[in-house]
Design a binder for this molecule. Structure first.
Ligand code: ADP
Length: 484
């Protein structure tokens, strides 16, 4: 079979709660988006199992938070090592359920594991403060504590890394963790649980509940009184619902929501570099990442050159089953996702956009959409207002820097932005002017564990990765000592 795993024990089909595999009465079919065929069935957990997992995490909290940072680091390091040892198998499982090309899937495993390695180390550097007090007989001391039980809901576009980014920071800080992965991609999450167990991470510290009832399980994970913090990656629309639910018990929250990334190519840019940057930032994961380029702004002087070179590069993408040789773009997650993108494209054409390339549902059989380019797009068309989340590049022309900045910022989102320029003054001005949490300057691929990933405006709050990412899982406590 395609899977051909070296270690078949990595395929699990039950939720992982309190260190054991927990089957439920009903089953959910998991399908391969490359051919829409069933891969396997998983046990369908619900509200009761989610409550059990929260209880397990609560029970394990005292033991886990009392361990030294070094002890936790050793276990996290084991987990990282196991993920890298099984990178090939984990990549295969990921491609099978999610669709992305195998090389990209293996890249995601390394990327996810890198967060575990990073936080294993960073967890040793949870420093406090001493602060000069306003009176001579007092001392002010600041210490940091883990926030407590952390609950999370994660999406299908990075079935491994979106969990790794959150769990690594939480566990390193001394928190215990419950995740409900997207039901489209539970197998990658469960394989992580199997490896967490082999790594020696104690029962109850890392729990995975897999089930169809997003709404019911989501209510438990946002409202349970034993949960201190909720962290979500997904759409802004769902994020708003979950944030409102969290308000009822004032949970700490981190929200990684949607984006509408501008990619600006100035007249002085290196056009070949810009073309390569646009390819990775747009067509990676078939356009289904929250930092994917959503609008390409090109200055008039290089519009013709950029468009021609970009067309050649996009036409060279090879679409197909992620297990195929040389495939650089896999299917989208579902037929519905394909239809949604197709509708945005046809609406844009009706509104005056010009189809340069692609533009159709692919005949490959699964959930495929052709890599597509539209030119003559304006910033008020639906394709420029909405997160496309598919392999379509709208090209919008502009005259000057001011106009580019105004259009780029004219969105409720503020996650990633990219621009290409060789002019040092412009680089500083545009970096300062972009209202986004992350800016790629002459770079289309910016995320790594050492850097703070996150957005402003309706793209969410909190940061993942870096020293700032650890802060999101720590509370500060101020000790006031008097009577000295
Ligand atoms: P998508 O629709 O593409 O899956 P979402 O933002 O809707 O993107 O989903 C992200 C995650 O949130 C998924 O795991 C999904 O199952 C979950 N989810 C969606 N709606 C809700 C909800 N009302 N309550 C809790 N979780 C939800």
């Amino acid at each position: 079979t395609k899977l051909a795993l070296q270690d078949t024990q990595l395929v699990k089909t039950c939720s992982y709660i309190n260190g054991s595999w927990h089957s439920s009465e009903t089953q959910v079919a998991i399908t391969n988006p490359a051919n829409n065929q069933q891969i396997t069935q998983v046990s369908n957990a619900g509200i009761a199992e989610t409550e059990l997992a929260v209880k397990a995490a609560k029970n394990a909290l005292k033991m886990w938070s009392a361990k030294s940072a070094n002890e936790r680091a050793t276990l996290l390091r084991n987990w990282f090592n196991l993920m890298m040892q099984h990178q090939d198998d984990l990549g295969r499982i990921l491609t099978l359920e999610q669709g992305k090309p195998l090389a990209e899937a293996k890249g995601e495993i390394a990327y996810g594991a890198a967060f575990i390695e990073w936080f294993a180390e960073e967890g040793k550097r949870v420093y406090g403060d001493t602060i000069p007090a306003p009176s001579a007989d007092k001392r002010i001391i600041v210490v940091k504590h883990p926030v407590g039980v952390v609950a999370s809901i994660t999406p299908w576009n990075f079935p491994n890394a979106m969990i790794a980014r959150k769990a690594a920071a939480a566990l390193a800080a001394g928190c215990t963790f419950v995740v409900r992965p997207a039901i489209q991609t539970p197998l990658s999450a469960l394989a992580m649980a199997e490896l967490a167990e082999r790594a020696g991470i104690p029962a109850g510290v890392f729990n995975v509940v897999v089930g169809e009832d997003a709404h019911g399980m989501g209510q438990v994970l946002t409202q349970h009184p034993d949960i201190a913090k909720f962290t979500f990656t997904g759409s802004t629309a769902v994020g708003k619902i979950l944030l409102a639910q969290c308000a009822t018990s004032i949970k700490k929250v981190s929200m990684e929501l949607g984006g509408n990334a501008p990619f600006i190519v100035f007249d002085d840019a290196d056009i070949d570099e810009a073309v390569q940057g646009a390819i990775v930032s747009k067509y990676r994961n078939a356009g289904q990442t929250c930092v994917c380029t959503n609008r390409i702004f090109v200055q008039q002087g290089v519009l013709a050159e950029f468009t021609e070179k970009f067309k050649v590069a996009v036409a060279a993408l090879s679409t197909g089953d992620g297990f195929g040789d040389g495939i650089t773009m896999g299917p989208m997650i579902s037929n519905e996702a394909v239809n949604r993108v197709d509708k945005l494209v046809s609406e844009s054409i009706a509104a005056g956009a010009k189809l340069e390339l692609g533009g159709h549902v692919s005949s490959a059989g699964g959930s495929f959409y052709q890599p597509t380019i539209l030119s003559n797009v304006s910033n008020d068309m639906p394709i420029a207002r909405n997160e496309i989340f598919g392999p379509v590049s709208p090209i919008i022309a502009f005259e000057n820097e001011q106009q580019a900045l105004e259009m780029a910022n004219d969105t409720e989102y503020g996650l990633a932005a990219y621009f290409y320029s060789r002019d040092i003054g412009r680089v500083w001005r545009v970096s300062a002017g972009l209202e986004f949490g992350m800016v790629g300057i002459n770079d289309g691929l910016i995320s790594n564990p050492a850097a703070p990933f996150g957005g402003v405006k309706q793209s969410g709050n909190g940061r993942e990765g870096s020293k700032y990412g650890l802060d999101d899982y720590l509370e500060i406590k101020y000790l006031c000592m008097a009577g000295l």
